[in-house]
Design a protein around this ligand. Structure first.
Ligand code: COA
Length: 320
């Protein structure tokens, strides 16, 4: 049995902030941001909460899959920016969509979160425990962004995406996840209050060593892709699409080049959304789905990478 994607949904906040607006806040400009990152604009949640966006994306995915909420037996929400510590966002989603038979919990694996959540669902499928999973990823990164730090505020955006996975006949794919806590310092955000109030305020925001993260991604993601392919005895030519975490166009172009794959197999929408962490992959899946770019049975290789450090990849089949 294998996990197939049979429905997707997404939500992007109404307010759109372009690069010119950021240039009013910090010393930067549209050309610099586009050239170094590929990003032109991002959606910012002015009124929407993380939970609201998660629920909207979840509703879209359930409707697109054509299932009733009662059929869902597992909901995993990936987020690093939940509105509250308790209850978890996944339980809020469960309540709002009426998925009363589902087990629901959150995971925080930063930008790898959606892929790792899918991998967990697939492992539950393989164990025979669940058959239908709703994987949601939702982020309000704008609330964790220091809008006076040009190293980071140009990169991030808000949004949510979701996918319904079903256990279907077919080959079961094994996933690969790696972590390197030694490099955790390269991308941090300490949201809990520290004894020193002033320090606490500063540490509330995302702090990043951009060059270290860049090098890590360009080196580790191609290795990850090869490991996933090898572990599953799948040839590179069998992969129809590489759906990668949307961090930076230069990272994705470098990964494609290292793998010897054409850029068209690495679709991107980061120019419109920025880096939405865990939400970036399902936002792209939904856009590709709604514009009819996937065909039934196509193999999709997903890869997430980011804080932790964590990086994770897996193959899923398109099932609609
Ligand atoms: N606008 C204009 N100039 C900027 C700038 C900005 N927003 N940010 C930095 N600069 C300046 C620097 O001060 C530096 O100037 P200097 O040469 O006079 O010292 C110069 O631009 C180059 O800075 P550098 O940090 O070397 O730029 P870079 O090419 O590494 O690009 C990032 C910076 C952040 C775009 C890039 O490192 C990156 O994308 N890293 C990965 C980040 C990421 O994806 N994080 C999330 C992972 S999940």
């Amino acid at each position: 049995m294998s996990a197939v994607i049979c429905g997707t949904g997404s939500y992007a906040p109404e307010y759109i902030m372009d690069n010119d607006r950021i240039a009013e806040l910090v010393e930067t400009n549209d050309d610099w941001i586009r050239e170094r990152t590929g990003i032109r604009r991002r959606h910012i949640a002015k009124t929407e909460t993380t939970t609201f966006m998660a629920v909207e994306a979840a509703k879209g995915a359930v409707e697109n899959a054509g299932i009733s909420p009662e059929e869902i037996d597992l909901i995993i929400t990936a987020t690093l920016s939940s509105d509250v510590i308790l209850p978890c966002t996944a339980c809020e989603v469960q309540k709002e969509i009426g998925a009363k038979n589902a087990a629901a919990f959150d995971i925080n694996a930063a930008c790898s979160g959606f892929v790792i959540a899918c991998n967990m669902a697939e492992a539950f499928f393989a164990a025979g425990q669940y058959r239908t999973a709703l994987i949601v990823a939702a982020e309000s990164l704008s609330r964790l962004t220091d809008w006076s730090d040009r190293n980071t505020c140009i990169l991030f955006g808000d949004g949510a995406g979701a996918a319904v996975l079903k256990n279907a006949p077919g080959k079961h794919f094994l996933s690969v996840t790696h972590s390197d806590g030694e490099k955790g310092w390269t991308l941090t955000c300490k949201s809990r209050p520290a004894a020193d109030a002033e320090k606490s305020l500063r540490e509330h925001f995302i702090d990043m060593n951009g060059q270290e993260i860049f090098k890590f991604a360009v080196r580790k993601v191609p290795e990850l892709v090869k490991e996933v392919l090898q572990k599953n005895a799948v040839d590179q030519e069998e992969i129809a699409w590489y759906i990668m975490h949307q961090a930076n166009s230069r990272i994705l172009e470098a990964v494609a080049k290292r793998l010897g794959e054409p850029a068209m197999k690495f679709p991107m929408n980061l120019q419109h959304y920025g880096n939405t962490s865990s939400a970036s992959i399902p936002l792209l899946l939904d856009e590709m789905n709604r514009t009819g770019r996937f065909s039934k049975g196509e193999k999709i290789l997903m890869a997430g990478f980011g804080a932790g450090l964590t990086w994770s990849g897996s193959i899923l089949a398109w099932g609609i």
